[in-house]
Design a protein around this ligand. Structure first.
Ligand SMILES: Nc1nc2c(c(=O)[nH]1)N[C@H]1C(S)=C(S)[C@@H](COP(=O)(O)OP(=O)(O)OC[C@H]3O[C@@H](n4cnc5c(=O)[nH]c(N)nc54)[C@H](O)[C@@H]3O)O[C@H]1N2
Ligand SMILES: Nc1nc2c(c(=O)[nH]1)N[C@H]1C(S)=C(S)[C@@H](COP(=O)(O)OP(=O)(O)OC[C@H]3O[C@@H](n4cnc5c(=O)[nH]c(N)nc54)[C@H](O)[C@@H]3O)O[C@H]1N2
Ligand SMILES: [Mo]
Length: 807
């Protein structure tokens, strides 16, 4: 039996701090995962579930986007994947009785851990205007309310549609069609807060916003630089790939302000050696960099390579042939870099010149280098130029489009990359829109829509009347919590398609609707057959995913069904089932006739907007997801024979010009060197620069447990990790509880302050002047206007704060 959900929030007074660990994974991790699984779903369901994770006929792990290897292990999951699965496959439930017992106000007073631990949502719910409690509502009525609100808009841009990154290709494609059919490109997604900087930098420089390596490249690289990433917690299966690379002779450089356990050493629970020998040493070199110093590091590497090339004494490290044939901008890059003083590079990184040169020598010695990165590189003000400088270094040695070499932005959510591929983007390309128009006989809007930060501004400024979210936890995941919450509360109607209860169900518009959806692990029967969906991993490989577990309730619909029914209501034509078919599939007798639909056809259809509306047989799409895949194949290059290519658990790669043929879809068909002035954060006196990151027991805003085992934090989350001398310099002692106050100079020049209360000071091995605390508790400190240049990503890894004694 699963154990009961907690009754109380996290008790921070129970917090315990021990020494951080040096080794990641191993047997304790597996035991911990099994324990969490059993609490959530009992023994039998745990076993039944975990053996299907990432298997060829199983479901794609909702944990992260790291690819599976072709030859699968019997247990192709990791501790944190197991936790992600347990979180979804839990037997705990949040049904109408739960909402009758708890007012929305009471729920809003609980922390994210408590909310998430209550269980799966089982029934559509509505919060009427002025009501204190959600009440149950039939699916048809709920969808009618949404459709009606959409057609009542004066302008389509008064609606905004968020997507988190777990949504399947099929659901995401239909969802963007709904949104563009309504007439807006307001499609912000979690990517805007995540790898948007990677997309921006890579599209500009190599013509594709994705990585250029496969898992085999990782195995065969001579050098891997892992910067701004904590794979031991967030991509544990990546450690097996790094281990294999090491066995093949690769060197690894870890670049991080924190000595993260997984990067330093790794015990592979799947090999006896890992368990018995205390694991494999992973990082050959640990560069303990200052927050935001990575641009300087990559400039230092580039500068050293150019200097070595010029001295003419030893083998030239620069691939002049590649540069001449495939790139532009080299001269200017080299000239600008020559003018950057080493002193500045040392200051920005906090690393002595000798160590910078040592690292650069490792790069020089390698004939195949991969740079992997995640949030430590994407969530800074200057992330885009930083990543352009990563590309510059790789281009110098021709490390794009050759085996064992390339760029590897390691994605977060399990289908965030696929969602973008199938059109979840506020700035869609003309080619994509033109193809969409042709396929569905309408004209999609061309004007760009809102990203996440712009969406919040629009709500704040009263320009949004309907906000819908396909998964995720918008209110907790976004920056500037107080501003965002007020913004969301000003919307007429908020609609959340969700699997689990979270804060976005408690901070709502004047009216709110919860639409409970099937998750990855749930069996999805529609149209009398079991449906599968498909996803794209971090390396551009597409494969199918099929849940096998009995869903928590018969009242759930798949995301595809929810969107298909909204399309039918908003656009008319092929109206899918009324009535609640739940997981049992569409019942013939429940199908509405076209005439019924016409009677209910929204005002949109009566006075169609200029572009007309997309035409499709929505009911048919709901009944057979293969038909949606056929549409995707017709609109997006690279999906030919989609259906056959995902049969029998097969995986196929989407085309990738730089990787496959060294062709670059830039304006001139060449890869671009860029000259980027050096930037790095300056920390005012008496302040520290705070990064907001993940603990080991959380998945973004979903908190699995209260420990961050590898960092030695147990039983609580309100900690701030700081250098011991910065604690004493600020006049505090380790263990003191302080408020974190962020300081931000607004555009008009005045300094704004934001406060996060009651954090315990923990002395930690971080560079002087740098600190770390967990997200989402600290999102309240991140100013809405503090975003990365070009990409607009909130600067979650660099927030200037001071500590204040609690009054
Ligand atoms: N278990 C689990 N898995 C997850 C997630 C989860 O929450 N839990 N989230 C998923 C998602 S959506 C994502 S995007 C990924 C996130 O994966 P990560 O990017 O690994 O997540 P963070 O915890 O934000 O860790 C950032 C890392 O970068 C370092 N860092 C911070 N600033 C800098 C810097 O300026 N320079 C350098 N070099 N390093 C820096 C931090 O010390 C930390 O090690 O993980 C995915 N997988
Ligand atoms: N300060 C700070 N803020 C950050 C970050 C940071 O490092 N620091 N990281 C940013 C990053 S990288 C990301 S990706 C975002 C994450 O932002 P989001 O993706 O919005 O947040 P999650 O916490 O992953 O969303 C969890 C919720 O998704 C729902 N859910 C889970 N699975 C499914 C499903 O299959 N279908 C549906 N419909 N719903 C589902 C559940 O209800 C669950 O409560 O946060 C960003 N915010
Ligand atoms: Mo992410």
């Amino acid at each position: 039996m699963a154990s009961k959900a907690p009754k109380r929030d996290i008790d921070e007074s129970a917090l315990r701090v021990t020494r951080p660990k040096k080794v990641a994974v191993g047997v304790p991790a597996v035991l911990h995962a099994l324990q969490i699984s059993q609490q959530q779903m009992g023994v039998a369901r745990s076993v039944q579930t975990l053996i299907r994770v990432n298997q060829k006929d199983g479901f794609d792990c909702p944990g992260c986007a790291w690819p599976e290897e072709n030859k699968r292990h019997a247990a192709e999951f990791c501790e944190n994947g197991a936790k992600a699965v347990a979180e979804e496959a839990t037997l705990r439930q949040v049904g109408p009785d739960f909402f009758a017992r708890h007012s929305v106000e009471e729920l809003a007073g609980h922390d994210d851990w408590w909310l998430g631990q209550q269980g799966r949502l089982t029934h559509p719910m509505i919060l009427d205007e002025g009501a204190t409690h959600y009440r149950p509502i039939a699916w048809d009525d709920a969808l009618d309310v949404v459709a009606e609100a959409l057609r009542d808009l004066d302008h389509p841009d008064e609606s905004t549609f968020y997507t988190s990154g777990r949504t399947s290709n099929e659901a995401a494609f239909l969802y963007q069609l709904l949104v563009r059919g309504i007439g807006t490109n307001n499609l912000p997604d979690c990517s805007n807060m995540c790898h948007e900087s990677s997309g921006s930098a890579l599209t500009e420089t190599i013509g594709i916003g994705k990585g250029t390596v496969s898992i085999e490249d990782i195995h065969t690289a001579e050098l891997l630089i892992v910067a701004g990433q904590n794979p031991g917690t967030n991509h544990p299966r990546m450690l097996s790939a790094l281990e294999k690379a090491k066995e093949n002779g690769a060197k690894i450089i870890a670049v991080n302000p924190l000595p993260e356990a997984g990067l330093m050493r790794f015990e592979n629970p799947q090999t006896p050696k890992g368990v018995m020998l205390g694991g494999q040493k992973l990082a050959d070199e640990f560069v303990q960099i200052r927050l935001g110093g990575d641009q300087a590091l990559f400039q230092a590497i580039g500068k050293h390579l150019l200097e070595a090339s010029a001295d003419g004494e030893s083998a030239d490290p620069i691939d002049h042939e590649f540069i001449a044939a495939h790139t532009t901008g080299f001269e200017e890059y080299a000239r600008e870099l020559a003018a950057v003083p080493w002193r500045d590079l040392v200051e920005a990184t906090g690393v002595p010149e000798s160590a910078l040169r040592r690292v650069a020598e490792m790069v020089r010695a390698s004939r195949a280098t991969i740079v992997c990165w995640a949030m430590g590189l994407t969530q800074h003000k200057h992330s885009v130029p930083m990543l352009r400088d990563v590309v510059n270094v790789l281009l110098l040695q021709g490390n794009i489009g050759k085996p064992g070499a390339g760029v590897c932005p390691v994605r977060g959510h399990s289908n965030v990359q696929g969602d973008r591929t199938v059109g979840i983007y506020e700035k869609p390309s003309e080619a994509f829109l033109a193809a969409l128009d042709r396929e569905f006989g309408f004209t999609a809007p061309r004007a760009h829509g809102y990203d996440v930060v712009e969406a919040i501004r629009a709500m704040r400024d009263g320009r949004t009347r309907v906000f819908m979210a396909m998964g995720g936890n918008f209110v907790s995941a976004t920056p500037d919590t107080r501003v965002t919450e007020a913004a969301v509360r000003s919307v007429d109607l908020t609609v959340q398609v969700s699997t689990k209860l979270n804060r976005s169900h408690t901070v709502t518009g004047r009216r709110a609707i919860i639409l409970p959806a099937l998750g990855r692990t749930d069996r999805d029967r529609r149209g009398g057959r079991e449906q599968r969906v498909s996803v794209e991993d971090s390396m551009g490989a597409v494969h199918s995913s099929r849940g096998r577990l009995a869903p928590p309730s018969d009242d759930l619909l798949s995301e595809v069904a929810i969107v298909a029914r909204l399309c039918a209501r908003v656009f008319g034509g092929g109206v899918a089932g009324a009535g609640v078919e739940g997981a049992a599939g569409v019942r013939e007798e429940d199908r509405r006739t076209e005439e019924d639909a016409a009677a209910k056809t929204p005002r949109f259809a009566e006075s169609p907007r200029e572009g007309g509306r997309p035409r499709a047989d929505w009911a048919a799409l709901e009944g057979d997801y293969a038909l949606i895949r056929a549409h995707i194949a017709a609109v997006i290059p690279g999906f030919d024979d989609y259906e056959q290519r995902i049969d029998k658990g097969r995986t196929f790669f989407l085309p990738n010009g730089p990787r496959d043929t060294r062709s670059f879809a830039t304006s001139d068909g060449l890869a671009h060197f860029t000259a980027n002035p050096l930037e790095y954060p300056r920390i005012p006196r008496g302040r520290v620069l705070l990064q907001t990151l993940r603990s080991h027991d959380q998945y973004n805003t979903t908190i699995y447990g209260k420990d961050d085992r590898y960092r030695g934090i147990h039983g609580g989350r309100r900690v701030v990790l700081v250098h011991a001398r910065d604690i004493s310099d600020a006049g505090f002692a380790e263990g003191d509880v302080v408020d974190l106050v962020s300081e931000w100079t607004a555009r008009d020049g005045h300094v704004e302050e934001r406060r996060a209360e009651a954090f315990r000071l923990v002395a930690y091995q971080t560079p002087r002047g740098n600190a770390a605390a967990y997200y989402p508790e600290t999102n309240v400190l991140v100013p809405l206007d503090s975003v990365a240049d070009v990409s607009g990503t909130p600067t979650s890894k660099s927030v200037v704060v001071r500590f204040e004694r609690r009054g």
